[in-house]
Write a new protein. Structure first.
Length: 132
């Protein structure tokens, strides 16, 4: 194998390592997101279950105030879930961006190796022509 082939192999090896690392990070993020969703759902369920007791003690359970409180709770729940989802989507996008950068870096490194090889061959060809 030539030195250029060895350089290409090294670039490909580094790229494969990046792919493996990115896939592991993505899998870890998915596991973390699943657990975070469960935790938030559990937390919100507990808070939701406490709402009637908060209003019943004051005799407001059948009033519009309880309904308003329930609506505000649901709005807060949706906002919390949305914030959580947005956070994980941003982290997922960062991993996808890193993967794209890795693709670009690999292509640039391989193109540079190809250029060096072409320049070397051209220089050898010029030397051989000059020797004749």
């Amino acid at each position: 194998a030539t030195a250029f082939a060895a350089q290409r192999d090294a670039v490909d090896y580094g790229y494969q390592q990046n792919l493996i690392q990115n896939a592991a990070q993505m899998q870890g993020l998915n596991v973390e997101q699943t657990q975070a969703r469960r935790d938030l759902a559990r937390q919100l369920t507990r808070a939701r279950q406490q709402l009637p007791g908060m209003y019943a003690g004051r005799g407001l359970l059948r009033s519009g105030i309880y309904g308003r409180g329930l609506g505000e709770f649901e709005e807060g729940r949706m906002m919390a879930e949305s914030r959580q989802e947005r956070s994980f989507n941003q982290r997922r996008q960062a991993l996808m961006n890193a993967l794209g950068e890795s693709d670009i870096n690999r292509a640039m490194q391989l193109a540079n190796i190809d250029l060096q090889e072409a320049q070397r061959r051209s220089a050898i060809a010029a030397m051989l022509q000059g020797a004749m």
